[in-house]
Design a protein around this ligand. Structure first.
Ligand SMILES: Nc1ncnc2c1ncn2[C@@H]1O[C@H](COP(=O)(O)OP(=O)(O)OP(=O)(O)O)[C@@H](O)[C@H]1O
Length: 267
């Protein structure tokens, strides 16, 4: 299964900001959907709703047919186990080893958290963690502290940690936004190789349109909290795509003009 169904989702924050407005789209098993939109369009709010860090005001999110919006923490746990996450800032534990970070991905598989602590973890889990590290090409660095790796390497460790979870669904929030273009591409290639070989369902927030077109099966784009594009990669309308970031470009120009005026004014 591994479907994600978003139905009529709206989110109004307590201060009245309407971040999502009747958002609906489905992600089929094994499909990779890239979520695009300019700053403030609602991508992170949607991501936080899908990952249950935020409760929507209205609507449903179904993962594998289960509506997660109304579930208690206990009932959410088995669903969360199926969902692997990759974040912009890697979210590793910096002062622990690469190996320990990967092992911590097995948290959902054990009864007590201490069973993922390297000296106490089972032989089987330790072997799995090494295999995950091998898959991302970092087994040589298993003993290194996480904060002594490059950004690209840290993101690969985060991917290995996610693999340790055996997820069926991957949610990635700007996974390459903190990386230089070369490292970013390497991480996208690796992540996509892995999700394709395992047939995982993906929702990935990206900012770069060219990368989105290259990797996604479908693009869903938000503008002011509404879905304005939901098209297969081969059916994209270039004009509509270009209009997505118009506001951002105008805002950037406005900022530059203001800065220039401030300089001329000698402030
Ligand atoms: N906790 C919050 N309380 C009130 N308003 C919020 C909150 N979080 C986000 N918003 C607002 O909701 C809207 C959508 O924000 P969101 O962060 O989801 O957009 P985004 O597309 O992820 O932007 P970015 O690309 O800059 O991360 C924005 O107007 C934002 O200011």
């Amino acid at each position: 299964m591994n479907t994600i169904e978003i139905q009529n989702l709206s989110k109004v924050y307590p201060d009245g900001t309407k971040a999502l407005n009747n958002v609906s789209f489905n992600v089929k098993p094994g499909e990779a959907v890239v979520l695009l939109g300019h700053n403030g369009s609602g991508k992170s709010t949607l991501f936080r709703c899908i990952t249950s860090f935020e409760k929507p005001t209205e609507g449903q999110i179904k993962i594998d047919g289960v509506n997660i919006t109304k579930l208690s923490k206990g009932k959410l746990r088995p669903i969360r186990k199926k969902v692997g996450m990759v974040f912009q800032h890697f979210n590793l534990i910096n002062n622990l080893s690469v190996f320990q970070n990967v092992l911590s991905g097995a948290m959902g598989k054990v009864r007590f958290a201490f069973q993922t602590f390297a000296p106490l973890a089972s032989k089987e889990l330790r072997r799995e963690a090494m295999e995950c590290l091998e898959r991302v090409g970092l087994s040589d660095l298993a003993k290194r502290r996480a904060d002594q790796l490059s950004g690209g390497q840290q993101q690969r460790v985060a991917i290995a940690r996610m693999l340790m979870q055996n997820p069926q669904v991957v949610l990635a929030d700007e996974p390459i936004a903190s990386l230089d273009p070369k490292a970013g591409r390497e991480v996208m290639d690796l992540l996509w190789e892995i999700v394709r070989e395992r047939g995982l369902t993906v929702v990935c927030i990206l900012h770069q349109m060219d990368i989105a077109k290259e990797y996604g099966d479908r693009i869903v784009a938000l503008k002011s909290g509404k879905v304005v594009i939901d098209d297969h990669i081969h059916d994209l309308n270039d004009e509509l795509m270009a209009s997505l970031y118009e506001k951002e470009m105008v805002e950037e120009e406005d900022k530059e003009n203001i800065m220039a005026a401030v300089k001329v004014g000698g402030m």
